[in-house]
Design a protein around this ligand. Structure first.
Ligand SMILES: Cc1cc2nc3c(=O)[nH]c(=O)nc-3n(C[C@H](O)[C@H](O)[C@H](O)COP(=O)(O)OP(=O)(O)OC[C@H]3O[C@@H](n4cnc5c(N)ncnc54)[C@H](O)[C@@H]3O)c2cc1C
Length: 442
C-alpha cells in the first residue's frame, strides 16, 4: 500500500460513504439516507447512474422470463421506474430474446430521476471525485483517498459501500476477489451501444431476429462488412423513430487496465459505425437512419468479482436456491457474452427465482465494507445471471439499509441481526425467497 507524503485534506465525512453511483450505488445511498444515516455518494463522473445512464436504456431483472411472467423486484428500484413513468419515459416491452420483460426508459431523464430521488432522500452528492486508494486501520477502512481537480483528499466514514462495479474498494482494502478471465472462463465482452434516429419503426420491426442474423452472416461472408457479433438487439424507445442497439463486441479486455480500455473504446466506436452502415445499407426501415450518439463510454460487463463470505454459484442459480440470509432475488438467465459470434443463454426453471444472500455482499477480512452490484461475490456463471440492473438496485437497497443500521449501532455489517435487516427490507418493499408482487403477460 502506498504511503502519502503529506496529511491529506479532509474533504468530507459521513456515517455511510457509498462509492459509485450506478444502479447499485444510487439505490444504496437512497436506502441508507432513508434509514436515517448521514450519507455521502461519491462519483467520478458529473451525473448519477453509472451504466444505467452512460451506456444503457433498459432495466432487466424486474420480471421473470418465460410463460409465467412475475415481477420479482419492488421497493426503491420500482419507485425509480414509477418516477420515470411520471415523465412518460418508460416503454415496457417483451424482451427481444427472453431475458424477461424489459423496462426501457429514457437515460437522460433517468439522470434527473436518480439525483432528485437521492437529494430528496437526504443523500449528499460528491461528483467529479475519483477514489484511488483507501486508508486502513487494521481490518477497518478509515477513509477514501480521492482525486479531483484540487488534488488528493480524504473522505472519512464509518461504513463504506463498494458499488464501483470494478470492486475498487475491495481491491484497495486487500479483501479477496477474483479477476474475470482468470478462472477458465473468458471475461465477458465489452459493448459500445449506439442510438439511431430517423428509423421507420414499422418497416424495421417487420424484420424478425432470424432474418436479421442471416443478413448479418451474409454480410460477413460477402467480405464487405466486419460484424463480430452476428446477433444483438435493436429496440424501440420512448422517443419516436429512435432505436437503441446492443450489437458491438470487444473481447479479451482487462477493463481495469487503462491502456486496454483505451483500445477497447476506439474499437467499440469503430464497430458501431460499421453496424450503422450495415443497418442503413442492408435492413429495410434504416435507409434514412442517422447516428445520434455512442454510449458515453464502452459498456463493461465483468471485471473484479469480490470473493466474499459466500460466493453465489452457477448451481445456486440453476437450482433456484433459497437462503436464510436472503436480501434480494433473481429469475434472470445466465447470459454470457463471449468471443464467439453468439451469446450463451441458460435459464432458471420457468417463473422461479433464486435468492441473493447477504453474505454475497460481505467481503472477507474487512469489517466495515459492503459490496453491491456487479462486483458482488459470485462465480462467472452466477454473475452472468445476477448482474441485471433490477438486481443491482435490489442489492443496493439491501447494502445501503445494512450500512445505515451498522453505522447507527456501531457494529460490523456482518454482526447485524439478519432477521431485523430482512424485516426492515420487507417493510420497505424488498422481495426475496420467491415473493412477487404482480403477474402480467409479456
Ligand atoms: C453492454 C452492456 C449491456 C447490458 N445490458 C443490460 C440490460 O439491457 N439490462 C440490464 O438490466 N442490465 C444490462 N447489463 C448489466 C448491467 O448494466 C450492469 O451489470 C449494471 O449496470 C451494473 O451496475 P453497478 O451499479 O454495479 O455498476 P455501474 O453501473 O458500472 O456503476 C459504477 C459506478 O461507479 C463509478 N465509479 C467506478 N469506480 C469509481 C472510482 N474509483 N471512483 C469514483 N467513482 C467510481 C462509475 O463511474 C459508475 O458510476 C449490461 C451491461 C453491459 C456492459
Amino acid at each position: 500500500m502506498p504511503t502519502y507524503s503529506q496529511d491529506l485534506p479532509v474533504l468530507a465525512a459521513a456515517e455511510v460513504v457509498v462509492l459509485g453511483s450506478g444502479s447499485a450505488g444510487s439505490t444504496a445511498a437512497i436506502a441508507a439516507a432513508r434509514t436515517g444515516a448521514d450519507t455521502l455518494l461519491v462519483e467520478r463522473y458529473g451525473y448519477l447512474g453509472g451504466t444505467s445512464t452512460s451506456v444503457l436504456d433498459t432495466f432487466y431483472g424486474f420480471y421473470t422470463p418465460g410463460r409465467d411472467v412475475a415481477r420479482v423486484v419492488d421497493g426503491i428500484p420500482w419507485e425509480i421506474v414509477e418516477r420515470l413513468k411520471s415523465y412518460d419515459m418508460v416503454l415496457e416491452r417483451p424482451s427481444s430474446y427472453g431475458a424477461g420483460q424489459a423496462v426501457t426508459y429514457d437515460p437522460t431523464t433517468l439522470k434527473v430521476v436518480w439525483e432528485q430521488t437521492a437529494l430528496s432522500s437526504g443523500v449528499r452528492l460528491l461528483l467529479h471525485t475519483f477514489c484511488v486508494d483507501v486508508l486502513m486501520d487494521g481490518e477497518r477502512i478509515t477513509g477514501l483517498v480521492v482525486a479531483s481537480k484540487q488534488g488528493l483528499g480524504l473522505i472519512k466514514g464509518r461504513v463504506f459501500v463498494d458499488s464501483s462495479g470494478d470492486a475498487d474498494l475491495v481491491f484497495r482494502s486487500g479483501a479477496p476477489f477474483e479477476m474475470a478471465g482468470t478462472d477458465g472462463h473468458e471475461a465477458q465482452s465489452l459493448t459500445t451501444t449506439f442510438r439511431l434516429g430517423g428509423v421507420n419503426l414499422e418497416r424495421a420491426q417487420a424484420i424478425k431476429r432470424d432474418e436479421l442474423i442471416s443478413r448479418m452472416k451474409a454480410a460477413n461472408i460477402s467480405g464487405d462488412y466486419r460484424l463480430p457479433r452476428e446477433e444483438g438487439s435493436i429496440h424501440a424507445t420512448p422517443l419516436p423513430d429512435v432505436v437503441v442497439t446492443n450489437m458491438t463486441r470487444v473481447t479479451n479486455v482487462d477493463a481495469t487496465n487503462p491502456l486496454e480500455l483505451t483500445n477497447a473504446e476506439v474499437e467499440g466506436r469503430k464497430q458501431a459505425l460499421e453496424y450503422t452502415r450495415f443497418l442503413r445499407e442492408q435492413i429495410p426501415g434504416y435507409e434514412g437512419a442517422y447516428l445520434l450518439n455512442f454510449s458515453t463510454h464502452i459498456g463493461i460487463r465483468e471485471t473484479r468479482r469480490m470473493w466474499g463470505a459466500y460466493r453465489l454459484t452457477r448451481e445456486d442459480v440453476l437450482t433456484t436456491r433459497k437462503f436464510d440470509d436472503a436480501v434480494a432475488q433473481c429469475g434472470a438467465p445466465i447470459e454470457d457474452h463471449n468471443a464467439s459470434s453468439s451469446t450463451r443463454w441458460e435459464y432458471v426453471p420457468d417463473g422461479d427465482t433464486y435468492d441473493i444472500p447477504f453474505r454475497a455482499l460481505l467481503p472477507q477480512g474487512v469489517d466495515n465494507l459492503i459490496a453491491a452490484g456487479r462486483c458482488l461475490s459470485a462465480d462467472h456463471d452466477a454473475h452472468a445471471s445476477v448482474r441485471s440492473m433490477g438486481q443491482c438496485m435490489a442489492m443496493g437497497q439491501a447494502a445501503g439499509t445494512a450500512a445505515a443500521l451498522a453505522a447507527q449501532s456501531d457494529t460490523a455489517p456482518a454482526a447485524l441481526n439478519i432477521s431485523d435487516l430482512q424485516a426492515r427490507l420487507r417493510a420497505d418493499g424488498a422481495l426475496f425467497s420467491g415473493a412477487t408482487v404482480l403477474s402480467t403477460t409479456a
